[in-house]
Design a protein around this ligand. Sequence first.
Ligand SMILES: [Zn+2]
Length: 419
Amino acid sequence: MDNCGKREFALLEKIGFVRVSGSEEEKKAAEMLAEEVRALGAEAELEPFPVTHYEVKKVKFEMLEPEYREIEVLGYGYSGSTPEEGITAEFAYVQQGNKADLYGVKGKIVLVDGRVAPDVYERILKAGAVGFVSWSGTVIDDNARTDIDKRELREPHWRHGKCPGVVMRAWDAMELVRANPKTVRLTLVQEESERNSHNVIATLPGTDLPEEEICFVAHYDSTPYSNGVYDNGAGAAIILEMMRHFIENPPRRSLRFLWVGSEERGLLGSKYYVKAHEDEMEKIQLLINVDMAGPVLGVDRAFITGDVSLQHMVDYLGAEAGFPIRTTQDVYSSDSTPFADKGVPAISFARFGAQGAAPGHDRNDLLEHLSAESLEKTTGFIRLFCDRIVGSTWFPVPRTMPDNMLEAIDNYLHRWDKK
Ligand SMILES: [Zn+2]
């Protein structure tokens, strides 16, 4: 090997800071990646796209009886605002937010378990609730070592209208229900605006078949509180290594490299790219996505959103190289899916942490759970795959999307559109 793991690890040390969609830090990470590309001798371009932004000006949750208690909460983004003085209403615990749970909640503030999915949100509103509370974490969390989730309503929620909401800790939610308050007061004042997120784009022309393109993608944004090294500084570093490799070994087919922003808010960067570059989709023979890698303890995976022969090819290569990898024909909850939705065959590589070995999406996404050796092994296999595919005489992957994958994509991306 060639020390690629060490280089990748060094890059993670540089970009391992919180870089949430639309933030200054996200832009800074984009510029750093563009600099890395330029240092390899290629061009890089930042393509901006608009994303929504919210800022909570005031948030408070109070239990008014049997005793007064103020409970720490965060405002739910894009859920609207209450009047300055808040809304005082009766309280109801509605568990999963099923129809039966929601009986008689008109005019009340409701506590719901877990994330408020769009269908739950719709039911809460139809039942006439005037505010909602959700909770994050577990009842055994150490408050000093955990954060309350920053949550927001997304586009599929918005069509149902606004209903102000907050998030609290699991323990506080449990104690709230135990106290059985008759009335509570919820205060939330927030402002919505627009910001820019960025995709970083670089291209290497093919030597023999420049009209055919293979596209690499990895998101570089993080969730709130997360340094985003496992998810997904690692993928960003791995596709940069693919670029280095193909600068040293010029590719037969053209290669495009995309480091996309705002994945964690619903694949916004890749969705923007496929829309803005719709006329270029046709020439993409294969999309190679890398999202999550590096855990010392874990398993390498490949998700194939395309013809099953591609899955067989990866199984075959794994056996040939003696590299353990579990393959699945499925959609992957990542940037591969908007491309697959446009008919582009896609493969996503990942190394998942074993249960408990690599926490993510919170402050525990840390370099100390990853290693250069782990990154190097995953990178080595992806490079082997890329060498075969990029250099193949005839492109071996059919550019068709099988019916089972069309259905899986539809379920993943469009199930809310149909409602
Ligand atoms: Zn990710």
